[in-house]
Design a protein around this ligand. Structure first.
Ligand code: NAD
Ligand code: WQD
Length: 343
């Protein structure tokens, strides 16, 4: 069974390639390395013993994408990770985000249709729920107006896939709404590689602890939560990656019950910013320097997933706990620091 993984050199994509290969799938990665490195492909090889096929090009290039599909008509499915993902940057450069995230998706769907590649798994986000009225949030909760152009690309992409599937029943989709993926592979050969100053909490924590940042700014402690800081559902990236393998298996085996199907990928547990800091301090066995600052505009107060539908239907459950997430994130940061001093 052969799967195209777009964005497979990226953070979540690389972990998913490992899990796919370990389940016996043949993987082809397409990535333009706009937010990743060629070395990731070699590190996947080191983990699994199999070098995935890799083609470097921009999926916004329609001709290259269509050529790719006509050369690989035997593919059994596509997992589409490739996208830009920095929320703040999307507010400053909306066209860059709409162009990249939507054009690439439309080119892929066109290539799939023309070459009868049926199955697509898409990386969506819990950002589509905004601040839900009811927690934990289930898949049938209303989608709320997006708080950023990035979030809007996820909503529009879900609609594009839904409309394409409606018009064309042999295109089948699974939309996976990720909560907050963190952590790294146990081998610490792959992990998250944020460019510049990280927007996300966990890379900021690990970079502070290693001495790259002076201190963490905790965005707000006046939320209506037990300790006043905002709550999220953090999920280990390897658990997330495994869910993609299950989703692909489900489509290939024709077990899907709707087109598209939508699943939440989280643990079902919410942790506050300060709880994450404490978990980090425990596994790293060192205090973390932080200060409380104002809320970050656009942040929701609290969100965590109702995972019962995904657990039941996919037969998948996140297994790793917050300490596993923080331990692997910290080991990854230390490995990166060691590598930098060697170079
Ligand atoms: P990432 O930036 O590490 O990986 C994305 C990969 O896609 C990169 O390797 C990049 O080079 C590639 N890429 C981007 N545009 C491309 C194009 N036009 N053509 C070819 N390659 C291209 O990001 P990630 O964290 O692994 O996220 C993967 C997906 O999951 C994205 O769609 C993202 O929006 C979504 N997502 C991520 C999170 C998160 O917190 N990381 C949460 C929810 C959803
Ligand atoms: C988590 C919590 C912050 C940094 C974003 C996207 C979402 C998805 C995941 C891609 C929040 C607080 C953070 C810091 C802090 N990405 N925080 N100090 O905002 O839940 O989600 O990433 O699809 O779409 O919006 O994740 O890691 O940025 O923040 O206090 O320096 O940590 O306020 O409560 P977020 P995050």
């Amino acid at each position: 069974m052969k799967i195209l993984v777009t964005g497979g050199a990226g953070y979540i994509g690389s972990h998913t390639v490992v899990e796919l290969q370990e389940k016996g799938y043949e993987v082809i990665i397409v990535d333009n390395l706009s937010n990743s490195y060629q070395s990731v492909i070699n590190n996947i090889h080191k983990i699994t013993g199999t070098l995935p096929d890799f083609e470097e090009f921009d999926l916004c290039d329609r001709q290259k994408t269509l050529d790719f599909f006509s050369r690989h008509q035997d593919m059994d499915g596509v997992i589409h990770f490739a996208a830009y993902k920095a929320v703040g940057q999307s507010v400053e450069q909306p066209l860059k985000y709409y162009h990249n995230n939507l054009t690439s998706l439309m080119n892929i769907l066109e290539g799939m249709k023309k070459n009868e590649v049926e199955n697509i798994v898409f990386s969506s986000s819990c950002t589509v729920y905004g601040q839900p009225e009811k927690l934990p949030v289930a898949e049938d909760a209303p989608v709320q107006a997006a708080a950023s152009p990035y979030g809007n690309t996820k909503q529009i992409s879900e609609e594009i896939i839904t409309d394409t599937a409606k018009a064309n029943q042999n295109v089948k989709g699974i939309l996976l709404r990720y909560f907050n993926p963190i952590g790294a592979h146990e081998s610490i050969l792959i992990g998250e590689l944020p460019l510049g100053v990280p927007d996300n909490l966990v890379p900021f924590i690990t970079q502070t602890a290693i001495g790259k940042r002076e201190q963490l700014s905790v965005f707000g402690n006046d939320y209506n939560t037990p300790d006043g800081t905002a709550i999220r559902d953090y999920i280990h990236v390897v658990d997330l990656a495994k869910a993609h393998v299950v989703a692909v298996d489900r489509m290939i085996n024709n077990q899907h019950k709707a087109n598209p199907e939508v699943f939440n990928l989280g643990t079902g547990n919410g942790y506050s910013v300060l709880e994450v800091v404490k978990a980090f301090e425990k596994v790293a066995d060192q205090p973390l320097k932080y200060k409380i600052v104002d809320r970050r505009p656009g942040d929701v107060e609290q969100v965590w997933a109702d995972t019962s539908f995904a657990n039941r239907e996919l037969g998948w459950k996140a297994r790793k706990d917050l300490e596993d997430m923080m331990r692997t994130a910290w080991n990854w940061e230390k490995a990166l620091a060691e590598k930098n001093t060697e170079e």
